[in-house]
Each structure stands twice: as C-alpha cells, then as structure tokens.
Design a protein. Structure first.
Length: 293
C-alpha cells in the first residue's frame, strides 16, 4: 500500500476529525481511508488513534507518527515539485489576507492569476488578526503594515496610502473639520488592529499624533468602510478601498492635506527553502499588480 497516500490520509483524518471527512476531501471511499489508517498502524506497530462514536484523538505514539507523516508528505511534495519544475506550477496554496485588501484588490487579482495558473488552487483565509502561519498551516500571509514579525521572511509587494473619509450626510449634519484639532468634536470611527484611537497625521513638514473618539470601533476594515458609508462618522481608510466611493459621491475626503502614514504591503512566509513554487509565482504576480495602490 502506498505509504505516502497513507500518511496523507492520517494527516487529513486528524485535521478534519474523521476518516469519512478525510476520504471525501481526498476523493476516496470511507473504507479505503480506513484501510490506509490501518496500514499506518501496521507499519508503526502500534495504535495511532483513539476512536469513539463522537470523538477521534491521537495516542501518544500517534502524535509522534503524525509529525513524521507531515515530513513524509512535505518531502514527497518537494520531489514532485522538482519533477514538475518545467511544468505549470500547481497545488493547493493557503493564503491569508485582511478583509479590505481581499475584497478590494486580491479577489479581482486572483481571477487574473487563475487564468495564468489554472492548476493552482488558492485557499484564501480572510482575517484582520495576526495569524500563526505554522499553527494554521498558512503558506503565505499578505499584510498591510510597517512593523513586521522578525521571525518571518517578508517580500515587499507595494505600498498603501490612506486618507480620512466621511459620508456627505454625516458632514452635512456635523460639519466639515478644517483642522486636525476639530476632530475632537467629531465621531471618529476606529479600527482596533491599526492605530486604534490614536491617529498619526502628517501635512508637509508638520506631524501630529492625536487621540480620537467616537461611537463605533471594529476589528474588521470592511465594516469600518461600511460604517463610514452609513454616516456613522469619519474613518481612516486605504485609498484603494474608498476612491471609487469618492468618485461616485458616496464618500468625501476629510482634511485632504493631512495624510496618515503610508504602509507597506508585504508577503510573509516562514522559510525560503520550503516555499512552494505556487507561492513564489503568486508573490511575483502580486508584486507586479500591487506596486502602488
């Protein structure tokens, strides 16, 4: 019996919580998946899984064998990648990105990417929180930030400029601020993952860091933009996510001469040595499209 497939079956069984779910994902029958797990137990000479009607868990030996299976699959995939080097890159690529970048930029770009690389399947995990790439088995994280995790390798893809925005309805009701100090009298919508209630604004040679307050905060940048569109207050948003709404009159730039800091857009990954070819081509593709948004 193919031990590489058996290793994949064990990994998927633990990951999905059942042999049935693993079989479905791997395109085989439940009985075949069970035979592969039995083969792994015969090979290791010990029981690897505790099974009940409701729960499946690893034995202590199973935990050790699982790590070995991960290495078996990694080596097998690496060998396959070498053999297929001259062919179109392929395989599953797990990517994470913040919600507003995914909605406004990445998803449209991934449509073009799929036309160029049809054999690469992208599993996009949308999250504005910092994700542990190893624990969550992420190949590539796309992040908008200037402070990056020093334990990760970073490839700069482009830069992101932001402005302050509000809806015409809000400005008609509450007035238009003419100086940063006027923001003290306004409802400022804050994003908990970047700056929070502290905004840093720069105009020519002047820079100000100020505390702002309002009736709404969120950990989701798409929700932040929706709040601004709904007239809840003034929000700091990436230009790529708001310029279209400015053109259609749904949003207005507030204090246009005062600009938040420009942030870098980076691709983050754990290891150069084991970076999948699919990830390499996606990084190169995005670097040409996100150079300056």
């Amino acid at each position: 019996m193919d031990r590489i497939i058996a290793a994949k079956v064990l990994l998927k069984t633990v990951e999905r919580g059942s042999a049935s779910a693993a079989a479905e994902e791997l395109g085989m029958s439940r009985a075949m998946a069970s035979r592969y797990i039995a083969a792994m137990e015969d090979w290791s000479g010990t029981r690897l899984l505790h099974r009940t009607t409701r729960q499946l868990s690893l034995t202590s030996a199973g935990e050790r064998v699982l790590e070995m299976c991960r290495e078996i699959v990694r080596v097998a995939d690496a060998v396959t990648e070498v053999a297929d080097h001259a062919e179109t890159p392929h395989g599953l690529l797990r990517v994470t990105a913040p919600s507003i970048l995914a909605e406004a930029q990445l998803i449209p770009l991934l449509s073009d990417f799929a036309d160029v690389y049809p054999r690469i399947k992208v599993d996009l995990q949308i999250s504005d929180r910092t994700i542990d790439l190893v624990q969550d088995r992420i190949d590539l994280a796309i992040r908008i930030a200037n402070r990056l995790d020093p334990s990760l390798i970073a490839k700069r893809l482009g830069q992101c400029s932001s402005l302050l925005y509000a809806s015409p309805r809000y400005l008609q009701e509450y007035g238009v601020p003419s100086t940063p100090e006027d923001l003290d009298d306004h409802r400022c919508l804050t994003y908990t993952h970047l700056g929070g209630t502290e905004w840093s604004l720069k105009s020519f040679e002047s820079q100000i860091v100020m505390s702002v307050d309002g009736t709404f905060q969120t950990n989701d940048a798409v929700a932040l933009r929706r709040a601004a569109l709904s007239g809840l207050g003034i929000a700091m948003l990436p230009r790529f996510a708001a310029d279209q709404e400015v053109r259609t009159g749904q949003l207005v730039v507030v204090l246009p001469e005062w600009k938040p800091s420009t942030l870098g857009i980076h691709a983050l990954y754990v290891s150069r040595k084991h970076l999948p070819m699919a990830a390499r081509v996606l990084i190169d593709f995005l670097a040409t499209r996100l150079a300056d948004i």
